[in-house]
Design a protein around this ligand. Sequence first.
Ligand code: ATP
Length: 238
Amino acid sequence: ENGTHFLELKQVESFYGKIQALNGIDLYINEGEIVTLIGSNGAGKSTTLKSISGQVQPKTGTILFDGTDITKNAPHQTALSGIAQVPEGRRIFPRLTVRENLQIGAFSVKDKKVVSERMERVFGYFPRLKERLEQKGGTMSGGEQQMLAIGRALMMKPKLLMLDEPSMGLAPIIVEQIFDIVKEMNKEGMTILLVEQNAFQALQIANRGYVIQTGSIVLEGKGSELMTNEQVREAYLA
Ligand code: ATP
């Protein structure tokens, strides 16, 4: 069933100079799934996302998205093809307002009505952002900034949303809220690739998961299976 998946990575190898960060990653996502990629520090989770988004150029291997080979796409081409990435550490524009940050997410849309419709949709998930429209992004709390970063990604109306450690540095109750919203977005049709060190919560909401170790996928399975897997429990859920 080659080429039938929504997103598919085949034997992707990526480098930083001479350092090999990915040693041949194989993974796929079907439309409508939440798939999580878990692993410890430096395992290659972010590099996998960056290889998909085009920030890192794979040296070998293939990445197919929605029937198209995107292996060599630049980041803006990947974005236009329908893949949005919420980077690790959020990276919102601190000096711009919430409104301006959201507008930047829809930079490719000229029609103001479409932009405001998308904004309303974002407010449906994150009512807090509507209350804070004129606040500078950098003065928001960590959780609010994460909401803004996800909201900004949603403004491009992606077909695939990639989240890089959305739980990082957030209080457990905020993490729970964010994960609930991720689940909600998925219920409404969004396909999601979720990178997490917070394996337990990620596996709870994921249909399937992959475990990455030093640049290789070492385990894959249903979220529920991985959660009870002895190896996973020892390494990531301790
Ligand atoms: P973390 O959770 O700590 O972000 P990760 O699983 O996302 O970890 P990556 O950031 O993908 O891991 O890093 C994979 C490997 O590539 C690591 O050995 C890391 O040191 C290396 N690496 C990442 N970025 C660079 C870079 N810009 N230059 C050189 N090496 C890098």
